[in-house]
Design a protein around this ligand. Sequence first.
Ligand code: F6R
Length: 357
Amino acid sequence: EKGTYPHYMLKEIDEQPAVVRKIIQHYQDEQGKLVIDRDIIDAVNASDRVYIIAAGTSYHAGLVGKQFIEKMAKIPVEVHISSEFGYNMPLLSEKPLFVFISQSGETADSRAVLVQVKEMGYPALTITNVPGSTLSREADYTLLLHAGPEIAVASTKAYTAQLAVLAILAEVTAKSRSLEVGFDLIHELGLVANAMDVLCDSKEILEVIAREFFSVTRNAFFIGRGIDFYVGLEGALKLKEISYIQAEGFAGGELKHGTIALIEEGTPVVALATQESVNLSIRGNVKEVVARGANPCIISMNGLNMDEDSFVIPEVHELLTPLISVIPLQILAYYAALHRDCDVDKPRNLAKSVTVE
Ligand code: F6R
């Protein structure tokens, strides 16, 4: 039930802090340590490479998950779009573990890959929001998102839940390999949930920004470097699927290799600046587009912010920024769609779960 909310999407955006807290609770033992079924951790440790298979928003979560697993657990990860994988299979490592990320657990493209890799005899883990879903039943192992039903077609809380569960999977694997991750994930995820509260309370400001940047434009660009790039891909998908604005996310450094040709007077360019190591270079990209007339919307993280920024998110651990930097992008997409009179919860041409290949 959406209660007093005008749309499920807005309700689900607001549920994100509670979902992260629930995930922390669920994956914690009595001693306050993060835990995941031993079988699953053994399967990850037995593999020499993890292959993440997913579509759409879940694919974008996979791109961030790769960073978590590689940085914390030191296992190489490849991320593949499920519809491409089947006929374009990469050379596999000796001991692959397949990880399917799917909110619904019903995506046909992902299921086709699962059937294929099971036939090849490889182990598979599904990370899903729906217990008993097809992908959960057919995989060897399941990790649940505990995000509660997601009704709006545009995925919001499932994405952040996927990131939280992937971070926990990476941390627990790292610990099992006696690797030092260098921070206390439970504590940091608690700070993430608090930061999410702050962001969910910032809707008025974001509505004004959405009006300024998106009420009339035909197109929009999202740029970032490192993990900000992946969040930009998700921001662009959110915006295009519900507001029908043509939106593209790409790596800041790629601008000069073609996309900058599209910048015109007033083109909105949303730039994410949450990573210290690339803060100056992404701002250099902003200067390049501004010089060609772009309307820049810089979303930075507290501590890295500058006067010209449109919106500043609270500071969280650098690796976990995607869990919170995505929230202003979700809210901007929501208001952009609302201002353009679009059907927020049921965008045209889209279904909540895509059960055909
Ligand atoms: C976008 C969106 C879709 C899904 C995609 C995969 O907001 O919801 O891109 O992420 O169809 O769906 P699942 O995660 O159910 O496999």
